[in-house]
Design a protein around this ligand. Structure first.
Ligand SMILES: [Zn+2]
Length: 301
């Protein structure tokens, strides 16, 4: 009898395990990748994202729960361009999940097929520059986001073949939405073609390139290096000389520094974000892009 109960318990446990694994377990490092994974996976996947939308993606607090999430994951989606260099490698090492090895269908590196912008001639990582491999903030270009979404759909289909048609259909729907929106976003940004914008950190070269503007003056002297008084004085001089109107800050930046620069130049501080969920009513990739375009267009008028 005792043995029978034991067997029944095992059977129940096995049943529960099968149910728990009916959905694909997807882990993403960053919230933009998480938002794209949700669009593609729909109700066939459970998506866990490690970084919070308001957290600095270069310096995410690596919690022990991340190791457990990675150990149980069927698919990992990461940037693949060193944005998560400071925190992902040790987590992966501890998780020991061979399904997530680079080259396996369970690993999507978003940078696959993306030509990185601003690749430095010399790797300057030692000086504190966090963009040593080239600029890793590429997913904010909607055309690149489509490529990432396609790779996600291919990965999900390979890991979970019975649901491949659903992943493909979800990809096609997202692709059509972004294509239609690109017209709208392009029209909204058209009056500002060739205009320059200031940013706290160099997160926006792909966004700028897509919409024909230049986001090329930064409060940070180098990516990841805090603003110094002498550098800020130089930036203030340039904003005045060029009559620049907008200073982009992200939730994890020191907004007070941007406000000081704004008050001594007449430029406006614009709250911006790379990640869905960091600004009000931006819980999807497309909604975030809507918000960015309308906020920037309003500030540049
Ligand atoms: Zn960066």
């Amino acid at each position: 009898m005792k043995k029978l109960i034991h067997i029944l318990t095992l059977a129940l446990f096995a049943g529960a395990t099968v149910t728990a694994h009916a959905k694909l377990n997807v882990v993403t490092t960053l919230p933009d990748l998480g938002a794209l994974a949700r669009e593609i996976g729909g109700d066939k996947v459970d998506v866990t994202t490690m970084a919070k939308p308001t957290e600095d993606p270069h310096f995410v607090d690596a919690r022990p729960s991340f190791v457990v999430q990675l150990r149980n994951a069927d698919v990992l989606i990461d940037g693949g361009a060193e944005l998560e260099l400071g925190w992902l490698p040790p987590l992966l090492q501890n998780a020991r999940n061979p399904k997530l090895d680079v080259g396996k269908p369970g690993r999507v590196q978003a940078s696959q097929g993306v030509r990185l912008m601003n690749v430095p001639a010399n790797v300057t990582r030692a000086a504190g520059d966090v963009h040593a491999l080239g600029n890793p903030h590429f997913a904010i270009d909607p055309i690149i986001a489509k490529t990432i979404a396609q790779h996600i759909a291919q990965s999900f289909a390979a890991v979970d073949p019975p649901n491949a048609p659903a992943y493909d259909a979800n990809y096609k729907e997202l692709e059509a939405t972004i294509n239609a929106k690109l017209q709208e976003w392009g029209t909204a940004m058209l009056p500002f073609k060739g205009k320059h914008v200031v940013a706290y950190h160099d997160s926006w070269p792909y966004f700028a390139h897509r919409f024909g503007i230049e986001i090329d003056l930064f409060l940070e002297p180098k990516p990841g290096i805090p603003p110094s008084p002498s550098h800020l004085a130089e930036v203030i001089g340039q904003i005045k000389a060029q009559g620049l109107k907008a200073i982009i800050v992200e939730p994890f930046h020191d907004r007070k520094i941007a406000e000081k620069v704004a008050s001594s130049t007449g430029a406006k501080v614009v709250d911006f974000a790379q990640y869905p969920g960091a600004l009000p009513d931006t819980d999807s990739y497309v909604k975030l892009m809507d918000a960015l375009v309308s906020r920037l267009a309003a500030a540049m008028k």
